[in-house]
Design a protein around this ligand. Structure first.
Ligand SMILES: Cc1cc2nc3c(=O)[nH]c(=O)nc-3n(C[C@H](O)[C@H](O)[C@H](O)COP(=O)(O)O)c2cc1C
Length: 384
């Protein structure tokens, strides 16, 4: 795709000639035209129109002179306001779609080769008001590539080799600002396409809620869910759902309404009373943190924490919580679940396998060290 864009930009910009009955194309000789990307981008961002993967596809096909079976007259595809539709607009459109909205904590990510998963993703984006990101292959999958009746087609060869990692054309810069990720894909030979594995291995999901969804002829989602869980650490993996291509927006809504997605994480705080002082912590986005908050709703709990290793205080909880351990380098003020039934509060860094429970917000490393002292302590946990 980048190659194609490059050649489009370098060769001939396509001029949009508005006519009474539609749009037609002619070639322009002035191809190298500079324009202020940031200004233009900001102007378009100010408008209400939400560009989707479908818009990218329509504009791309239009620019490649592939017949588009739609009335394009009202489409806001002149993104840089130069009264033309050309490769610059396509580039800007992709930029805008890839830029994360800082105040949105949900992201719908999907790969779709023939549009079925895309349709479900678009319902989901609408229903959850999420940002979106489309995974596109660096080398696009042609129709021949996915002719699964042919043993030697590209998709079949890739699915037969778990180590294949097809390149991604437009990697999203970061997913750090998102807590909740919906991840959509078609089922290929009972599993997620290998490009999903490329994507998963490129980012850190250890503090994210991840919800897979897929479309297929009939196969279920279970095998791909297991593959994903085995591939990368995920903070809070939620059960996914398979949909047929014919699924409606109501079907998607019914599913979304059953998901344990809530705002408790941002609202509820963990109060830790120690030596007459109160520390306030945010909860992590892990199943264990949600379970801890639920337990503390019933009553506060007091636990003894022992000094360990010059970097933490650790003690037994009255219950076991769900482990989603990952190898992690802790930061001072992190609160971790250790071996499923112990809580650890760090005043120095340490690398080990933990499940994150939270992070103390209203103190510093030095103040925490001073408050904890050198010996064992007793803390009372409650909800704020
Ligand atoms: C290479 C390939 C393998 C497939 N394997 C399966 C499969 O194992 N089970 C199944 O039910 N459908 C299978 N399908 C059908 C797709 O999962 C289905 O058409 C899906 O909705 C396509 O999604 P998309 O339009 O988002 O690409 C396969 C399709 C392709 C191209």
């Amino acid at each position: 795709m980048m190659k194609m864009l490059g050649s489009l930009i370098a060769s001939a910009a396509l001029i949009l000639a508005p006519t009474g009955c539609g749009l037609s194309l002619k070639s322009s000789s002035s191809s190298k035209k500079a324009f202020p990307v940031t200004q233009v981008s900001a102007a378009v961002k100010g408008s209400d129109y939400q560009y989707t993967a479908q818009d990218v596809r329509i504009l791309r096909d239009y620019l490649l002179n592939i017949p588009v079976d739609l009335d394009l007259r009202d489409k806001p595809y002149d993104l840089n306001g130069d009264k033309k539709w050309n490769a610059f607009d396509l580039t800007l459109m992709k930029h805008i779609m890839m830029e994360p909205e800082p105040d949105n904590d949900t992201l719908v990510i999907y790969f779709s080769r023939t549009g079925n998963t895309e349709k479900i993703a678009e319902y989901l984006i609408e229903l959850t008001a999420a940002d979106s990101y489309v995974i596109e292959a660096l080398v696009p999958y042609t129709d021949d590539d996915i002719k699964y009746q042919d043993d030697n087609c590209r998709a079949n060869k890739e699915q037969n080799d778990k180590t294949v990692r097809p390149g991604i054309a437009n990697p999203i810069k970061s997913i750090d600002s998102y807590d909740t990720i919906f991840l959509g894909y078609p089922i290929w030979w009972g599993q997620e396409p290998r490009i999903i594995d490329t994507f998963l291995e490129s980012y850190d999901f250890s503090d994210k809620t991840v919800i897979p969804f897929c479309t297929s002829g009939s196969s279920g989602i279970a095998a791909s869910e297991k593959n994903i869980a085995d591939l990368v650490p995920i903070g809070n993996p939620l059960k996914g759902r398979r949909f047929p291509a014919s699924a409606t927006k109501d079907d998607i809504k019914e599913w979304v309404d059953t998901l344990p997605l809530n705002n408790e994480k941002s609202e509820a705080k963990l109060l830790i009373s120690v030596n007459g002082q109160e520390l306030t912590a945010s909860f992590a986005d892990s199943t264990a943190a949600k379970e801890l908050a639920e337990k503390l709703k019933a009553e506060p709990v007091t636990i003894a924490l022992n000094e360990y290793g010059g970097f933490e205080k650790v003690g037994k909880l009255p219950w076991s919580l769900t482990r989603t351990d990952v190898n992690i380098e802790t930061e001072p003020c992190d609160i971790m679940l250790y071996q499923g039934n112990q809580m650890t509060i760090f005043y120095n860094s340490h690398s080990w396998s933990y499940t994150k429970l939270g992070h103390i917000e209203n103190t510093t490393q030095e103040a925490l060290k001073a408050l904890f002292g050198e010996g064992n302590i007793t803390v009372t946990l409650s909800l704020k």
